[in-house]
Design a protein around this ligand. Structure first.
Ligand code: ADP
Length: 336
């Protein structure tokens, strides 16, 4: 659906070049939820805004749904932007307009639908985002979560193929964040919409994204399926994000097992193996003892997963590892 070929963006500040985005290649498939994560200044907003050409690239080619967006004329661009909805951290609603009128705005600006059809569409969108009873309220009368729901309904009004989310939950509390993310996941599932979101929170990525790219200083330093990146982060920036999300301190602190005896292994359980009583069974079969040094069990989008750091003691530790692997558990030896 979205394809970047050697796209880059530089800004010139007082005659000096700031490379916000170094040349990147990126492919985002139709119907996926793709996350971009990075610290402030990493280049996430720049990349996101290049998709609908709110920012002009300094070079490279962007192809969306088979069309070269970077070659569009102004008229083509205006038409194309109706196929790309966008939501923002601070909602960007018009305070002088009601909820219903905010949602209707893109359709009224496009001018292609009669008023009766616009009203019907707004009613349908209000129901989808759970705000039917608030149609005549003004933004100031709504909570943050409700405001973002209006933002989502407005973004969906023109029936876009792509939804861009610019830190859409960063101004919301954790519970409201979860509700808004669930709504985005539902929209992705039911409408088959491609969603690209940027965030600085790994938890947002874990909850809704299928794939993720980690950005640092204008470069994508790591990318892949969220399960793989979350469970086996390679780059230091990614490792920091994952550990922050887990609330277990820095990766360096985690690795201090100098006082622990035995072989240390990291076990990763994904899908059905997560809840199986395999560890006890292997311990009984091999007479290997295990002590759990750290652990986390949860979900990545819809997939249950768990990861345990375990010390194995006994003569048959390697046999225990083989048996775990045979049962579908990923075993990484951290220390022999
Ligand atoms: P992020 O969204 O990850 O915080 P941005 O894409 O906003 O990062 O910024 C990437 C880099 O580009 C930063 O160094 C930022 O200062 C710079 N930058 C962004 N927008 C502009 C601009 N309009 N003018 C000059 N520099 C900019």
């Amino acid at each position: 659906m979205i394809s970047f070929h050697q796209v880059f963006k530089s800004y010139f500040v007082k005659g000096r070049e700031v490379a916000a985005l170094k040349p990147i290649d990126l492919q985002i498939a139709k119907g996926e939820v793709f996350g971009l994560i990075g610290h402030s200044g990493a280049g996430k907003s720049t990349l996101l805004r290049l998709i609908n050409r709110l920012e002009e690239p300094s070079g490279g080619k962007i192809i969306i749904d088979g069309e070269e967006v970077t070659a569009f004329t102004k008229t083509e661009l205006r038409h194309f932007r109706q196929q790309v909805g966008m939501i923002f951290q601070h909602f960007n609603l018009l305070s002088s307009k009601t909820v219903a009128d905010n949602i209707a705005l893109p359709l009224r600006l496009a001018g292609s639908l009669p008023e009766a059809k616009i009203k019907a569409r707004v009613t349908e969108l209000l129901a989808r985002v759970g705000l039917s009873e608030h149609a005549q309220k003004y933004p100031a009368q709504l909570s943050g979560g409700q405001k973002q729901r209006v933002g989502i309904a407005r973004a969906l009004s023109t029936n876009p193929k792509i939804l861009l989310c610019d830190e859409a939950t960063s101004a919301l509390d954790p519970q409201t964040t979860a509700q808004v993310l669930d709504l985005l996941a539902e929209i992705n599932r039911e409408l088959g919409l491609t969603i690209v979101l940027i965030t600085h929170e790994m938890d947002v990525i874990r909850r809704v994204c299928d794939r993720v790219a980690v950005m640092d200083a204008g470069v994508i330093v790591e990318r892949g399926d969220v399960t793989e990146v979350f469970l086996h982060p390679q780059h230091q920036t990614t490792q920091r994000f994952v550990h922050e999300a887990e609330g277990d301190g820095s990766p360096e602190q985690q690795q201090d097992f100098s006082k622990v005896q035995g072989r240390i292994v990291r076990l990763t359980f994904l899908g059905d193996s997560t809840y199986s009583p395999i560890l006890g069974q292997v311990a009984r079969d091999t007479h290997v003892d295990y002590s759990i040094l750290s652990g986390r069990i949860g979900r990545i989008k819809d997939t249950p997963c768990g990861q345990l750091m375990v010390a194995l003691t006994g003569d048959k530790a390697e046999q225990a590892e083989q048996q775990l692997r045979a049962a579908g558990v990923d075993v990484e030896v951290v220390r022999t």
